[in-house]
Ligand binder design. Structure first.
Ligand code: GRF
Length: 211
């Protein structure tokens, strides 16, 4: 038992911070081997440094580096750490098919909506525009189609008539900060089981799972 993960970020890293805290409290179960960013100045990198976790910068500069080269660099950086899962936490890059197949069923993402509703950009605004009463967040496996991979876990939050995209985003983020660490821990303990079938990965979540 026990898993080794890499966390990929591009920005403020609130999910990363929550994951690092969970890993610190569950050292025998979850090891954060490295934190990778495509932005050298991502504020979230500070959380990794505070926790003495190795950081890796893999930049993708338009024009100067092709997607294929970016993929090669990402793979090289992650191969060095032999991780079980690649955890995307606000990583603002669309991954190549080659990368996704190399880490097949082992790349996780969190999306701030109840997938399959409101895929893509600005899901909180999409939820407000659709006047739904409930939204939330989803942890899913990354596949080629964006925000469409098998769902592991979800958490719901209410949507109020007075909400703006900012207030709803903040409420969803609070749910993310519980759901993502709990889901990773669930994979480490076997509360969440992934198994490969002929038709892709199948996900089994113990009914007692709580975020
Ligand atoms: C979160 O809202 C997450 O759902 C989305 O990107 C945001 C990342 O925030 N994928 P942070 O960098 O973890 O603070």
């Amino acid at each position: 038992m026990g898993i080794k993960i890499a966390v990929c970020i591009s920005g403020r890293g609130r999910n990363l911070k929550a994951i690092l805290e969970m890993a610190k409290n569950n050292q025998a179960l979850v090891q954060v081997a490295c934190v990778l960013s495509d932005k050298p100045d991502a504020p979230g990198l500070a959380f990794a440094r505070e926790a003495s976790i190795p950081t890796v910068i893999v930049e993708r500069q338009k024009g100067s580096k092709t997607k294929a080269q970016f993929t090669t660099d990402l793979c090289r950086a992650l191969d060095a750490h032999k991780v079980d899962y690649v955890v995307l936490a606000g990583f603002m890059q669309v991954l190549s098919s080659k990368f996704i197949s190399k880490f097949e069923s082992r790349i996780l993402n969190i999306h701030p909506s109840l997938l399959p509703a409101f895929k893509g950009l600005h899901p909180q605004q999409q939820a407000l525009d659709a006047q739904v009463k409930t939204s939330g967040c989803t942890v899913h496996i990354v596949t080629e189609e964006v925000d469409a991979g098998p769902i592991l876990t979800q958490a719901t939050v209410p949507v109020f008539e007075t909400d703006s995209a900012e207030t709803l985003s903040q409420r969803i983020l609070e749910a993310e900060l519980k759901l993502y660490p709990a889901t990773i821990l669930g994979l480490a303990t076997g509360q969440i089981l992934l198994s490969q079938t002929d038709r892709g990965v199948s996900v089994m979540v113990n009914p007692s799972f709580k975020s």
